[in-house]
Ligand binder design. Sequence first.
Ligand code: COA
Length: 377
Amino acid sequence: VPARIGGLDDVVIGESAISRVGGATGELAYRGYPIGDVVGHLGFEGTLHLLWWGRPPDRDPPAGLVTALAERRPLAPEVARWVEALPPGLAPMDALRSALSALGGGGAFAYPPTEEQGFDLVAKSATLLAALGRRRAGLEPCPPRRELGHAANFLAMLLGRPPDPLRSWALESYFDIVADHGMNASTFALRVVLSTRSDLLSAATAAVGALKGPLHGGAPEHVLDMLDRVGEPSAAERWVRDALDRKERLMGFGHRAYKVEDPRAVLLRGIAERVADPRRLALARAVETAALAELGRRKPELRLFTNVEFYAAVVLEAAGLPRELFPPTFAIARTVGWVAHALEQTAENRLIRPEVTYVGPVDRRFDSGYALRTPPA
Ligand SMILES: CC(C)(COP(=O)(O)OP(=O)(O)OC[C@H]1O[C@@H](n2cnc3c(N)ncnc32)[C@H](O)[C@@H]1OP(=O)(O)O)[C@@H](O)C(=O)NCCC(=O)NCCS
């Protein structure tokens, strides 16, 4: 019997006061503040403050919060050894998912989630990913640096050199742009797990699993692969036509919620214009122009536009990150939103347990053709 669970399009599953996605108008707001006013003005720690506590910090930077995150960056020796012991062939997203589990020793993440657990998850996931990235490159991990903000410290730990201010700004802006996004698939997965009164780490690893797929957070590395395959701006139109003829999806285009341009794409395009290599940027613009023209011509009713991942790929590359680290970098940025949702979920928790319509056969009986076991006498 063919049976399926649909995409829950337009199904409202409850209420949240964290971020508002206006799919029809191309709006995104954190706690009521338009994303364009948040990015570049609050910084990473200020954005976290806004998302977790519903208001911007009184002071910039929020000193207590900066310290709380900075002092949680170092990994316990046994966690660092666990990172070393992971199979070297693990994809970075799988390695991050596995490494996160090691943070839960001593019941540190017991239910219910707390702000302190949230600081730990946000701070240590970045240290873990930097260590995993260096290990992948055959390098020793670099210790965290207390005096740097979250994004600059991540770059310093990963690249092993003092971060360039423009790159740190670009990465911090990226972190803020993707910190939260309504009831996306990974946030939904996180809230389902927490609703069973399971712990924040288990929920975060489930969320990482959901984020990994190319229909959610796994697209940006494929965006760069696509740009590499196109090669030259003059080849973009032909390449896009051929890919769509082969029934391929163009990575970085289309969105479940946005039927106009994704507001995050607008911001990331602006950042890319400041940090990306001019030739890379010219190629990206040519592919985007060709993709929008061809998608609009072939599927006008679907209203497919540039999504967050397209220019995220260009910005992350310009910040100095290798492409295989793009999905887990998205994950460590999204930990901020995940924690906000974890706190909101558990403040008034109820088990999330929907129904499904059974469409299989009914009223069947085993006939004599089956060899049925008999219970022991
Ligand atoms: C993001 C995405 C999964 C949203 O999709 P969705 O709401 O589930 O929409 P559907 O998967 O039902 O797609 C609807 C139609 O649009 C087409 N479509 C959607 N995105 C497309 C894309 N990027 N390129 C080509 N066709 C696309 C699908 O092929 C489908 O057409 P069909 O019915 O003729 O097969 C989808 O747009 C996509 O796969 N994009 C590419 C991957 C990507 O950029 N992911 C990052 C998301 S932020």
